[in-house]
Ligand binder design. Structure first.
Ligand SMILES: [Zn+2]
Length: 102
């Protein structure tokens, strides 16, 4: 009777099995590449965060968050922000999947 290791030895003689046995490693490698790609795509090309003050371009602080009245059903939030530099307030739509959209 064959043991499991005997079966594996036999399978290693078959070229196709060798290819299949490398798949988990290749899939992991691909997943890593896709994650890296997605990370670069969600980052804004200009490197901006979407929280820039419209008046002085400082990074505003989110002071409150609530569901967007129009797109809240899709998970979109409305952020009220205040600029720490010039104290101006702004409201922007925030999509957790895409970042600031408004
Ligand atoms: Zn400002």
């Amino acid at each position: 009777m064959l043991s499991a290791s005997d079966v594996l030895k036999i399978l290693e003689e078959i070229p196709l099995w060798k290819v299949v046995s490398t798949l988990p490693k290749r899939v992991a490698e691909l997943e890593r590449k896709i994650a890296a790609l997605e990370a670069t795509q969600t980052a804004r090309p200009s490197g901006r965060t979407g929280r820039e003050c419209p008046f002085c371009d400082s990074q505003m602080k989110v002071t409150s968050e609530h569901d967007d009245p129009t797109f809240g059903f899709a998970g979109v939030k409305s952020h009220i922000m205040q600029c720490p530099n010039c104290d101006k307030m702004a409201q922007r739509q925030y999509d957790p999947k895409k970042g600031y959209v408004g």
